[in-house]
Design a protein around this ligand. Structure first.
Ligand SMILES: C[S@@+](CC[C@H](N)C(=O)[O-])C[C@H]1O[C@@H](n2cnc3c(N)ncnc32)[C@H](O)[C@@H]1O
Length: 281
């Protein structure tokens, strides 16, 4: 999109972000092919605003010109911004607490080292919760615990790796965990906390698209967290991803899904253990 970036200042941001006929459909198709995300019709208005802003930012006269440029250049750096603009990053520490009780019991009995993939880690609250859970369940420092935290959203995963949160965000974290794993900001960081390096060091952060081709090696993980993400994909995409999860899990490995996600009828590779937790068959 280099050619478009030169004339950035010539065009004013359109006051009304009305999409021309076909723009929404083209954006939805590009997003689905690249990220698997299905853009529902109810997102029309939001898509209009988002696309008008992105078109303006790269100096495109119209949304159509912007989308055509994206479609023409599959390696444009603008793809990153396009995808980031449409991801939904809602998350929280200790979201769906029962999963962490199950993970703790699983970790205590599992042979070590133990390795967990958090494949839609968003801004980090979920992988840090996994890390606290594993460290509490396996407190001996010589017991290996590792977490691979990935997300397609480059901005979200950057924030995750920084591990810095407003105090408000850490309300669900138990007081003793707060003292043990977080440090309070001072000066211009007052009102913020940062995850201590003793926890951050258990996690490796990376950008990873669940639709990409190069996947982790077979038998890499004891558990996978893929929560509240498949709901944005259609059924064939969900099935394809589930069938790629299965070989990356070790025998008896667990797959944690979101509260409204049901994978039972999509693949024979997993058996429902209960409370949206699946065990590899
Ligand atoms: C609603 S958040 C869920 C966060 C966390 N798993 C939780 O349950 O709290 C969904 C996340 O999925 C990520 N995502 C969407 N499409 C993806 C893809 N194709 N590959 C990897 N991550 C994706 C988004 O960037 C977003 O951070």
């Amino acid at each position: 999109m280099e050619s478009l970036q030169n004339n950035r200042s010539i065009f004013a941001l359109p006051e009304q972000a009305q999409l021309a006929p076909g723009d929404f459909e083209q954006a939805a198709s590009l997003l689905k092919i690249r990220a698997g995300i299905v853009l529902g019709e109810h997102k029309h208005e939001m898509a209009g605003r988002t696309l008008a802003l992105r078109a303006h930012a790269v100096g495109c006269r119209t949304v159509r010109e912007y989308l055509d440029e994206l479609a023409r250049n599959s390696v444009s750096p603008e793809w990153e911004m396009f995808v980031n603009a449409f991801t939904i990053n809602h998350t929280a520490f200790f979201r769906e607490q029962h999963h962490f009780d199950i993970l703790a019991r699983f970790a205590r009995t599992r042979s070590k080292p133990i390795s967990v993939w958090c494949c839609a880690a968003s801004t980090g609250e979920e992988p840090y919760t996994i890390a606290m859970t594993l460290r509490e369940a396996c407190p001996q420092p010589d017991v290996g615990v590792s977490i691979w935290a990935t997300d397609i959203d480059t901005q979200a995963i950057r924030r995750a790796s920084e591990g810095m949160y407003p105090l408000e965000r850490v309300k669900p974290v138990p007081e003793d965990h707060l003292r043990k794993y977080f440090q309070r900001g001072t000066g211009r960081r007052a009102g913020m906390v940062r995850v201590k390096s003793n926890l951050r060091n258990l996690i490796e952060f990376d950008v990873f698209n669940l639709l990409q081709n190069d996947w982790p090696a077979p038998q890499s993980f004891d558990a996978i967290f893929c929560r509240n993400t498949m709901i944005y994909f259609d059924k064939p995409t969900q099935t394809k991803i589930l069938e790629r999860f299965a070989p990356t899990l070790k025998a008896g490995g667990l797959l944690f899904a979101g509260h409204s996600e049901n994978f039972t009828y999509l693949t024979g590779a997993f058996r429902l253990q209960g409370q949206t937790v699946y065990v590899k068959k």
